[in-house]
Design a protein around this ligand. Structure first.
Ligand SMILES: [Zn+2]
Length: 121
């Protein structure tokens, strides 16, 4: 069945999906670039700002900036939510991928995740 487009109950490359864009800091239309054989998204890019995100087993593993405006600088006193964007003085542009409790967040900078503090009094 060479050349046959894989169709299943998952996603298909080339279709569109609405998801959170850290570049736009909100829900945006994304084009699905690549999917696994099981229809899981491995790469999608924002149709508005061009920010591309890659995923592994449903977890975002890298984000490459498009032409999105610069995100607000990281502020340890601020309370972050998942998917929020920031600009770090050392690591550059990042996206909050998880709230790990105890005033800590995991932030994806390019292809590496750093644990930062937030919501400090
Ligand atoms: Zn965007």
């Amino acid at each position: 069945m060479a050349g046959r487009i894989m169709k299943n109950d998952g996603y298909a490359a080339g279709s569109e999906i609405t998801m959170l864009c850290s570049g736009c800091d909100g829900e945006q239309q994304h084009t699905i670039d690549t999917v696994t054989k099981l229809g899981r998204i491995t790469k999608a890019s924002c149709t508005v700002c061009g920010t591309a995100s890659t995923f592994n087993r449903g977890v975002k593993t890298s984000v490459s900036g498009g032409k999105a405006p610069t995100a607000a600088p990281y502020d340890r006193n601020k309370k972050y939510r998942k998917g929020q964007a920031m600009t770090h003085s050392v690591f550059g542009r990042g996206e909050v991928t998880a709230l790990v409790g105890d005033g800590k967040i995991d932030v994806l900078f390019g292809e590496s995740t750093r644990r930062l503090i937030h919501a400090q009094e």
